[in-house]
Design a protein around this ligand. Structure first.
Ligand SMILES: [Zn+2]
Length: 115
């Protein structure tokens, strides 16, 4: 991959103009809020943060404005986007190279959550 998530964050940030950035931060805040409400309700349920395909736990992967849940099972590595995350990604209009770097990072990062 050659690029860590911090470098990628910088690259993404550079491509999003200031006024657009405001829009995304607001979007990010809204998504977090909605997610927070949902988490409270869903935490009690046994399938919360479990991969729907294989049942392993999911880890959260964060890049500046994008967050995905990824299965920790190396044979599965299913990737799950919350409602709105994909739309946000598409609406950022990143150039092709940044986009592919972003997806490679999401697919390849070895980071484990402490949970
Ligand atoms: Zn899985």
């Amino acid at each position: 991959m050659g690029m860590n998530s911090k470098e990628l964050d910088k690259l993404i940030e550079k491509q999003i103009r200031d006024k657009e950035r405001e829009k995304f931060l607001e979007w990010r805040r809204k998504l977090d809020e909605e997610r927070g409400h949902r988490e409270k309700e869903e935490q009690k349920e046994k399938f919360w943060m479990k991969c729907p395909k294989c049942g392993h736990s999911l880890e959260e992967i964060h890049l500046k404005m994008i967050r995905v849940d990824r299965c920790t099972n190396n044979d599965c590595h299913g990737i799950y986007l919350d409602k709105g995350e994909l739309e946000m990604l598409l609406d950022m209009h990143l150039d092709e190279q940044t986009n592919s770097q972003l997806f490679l990072s999401l697919l390849g990062m070895k980071k484990r959550s402490g949970k």
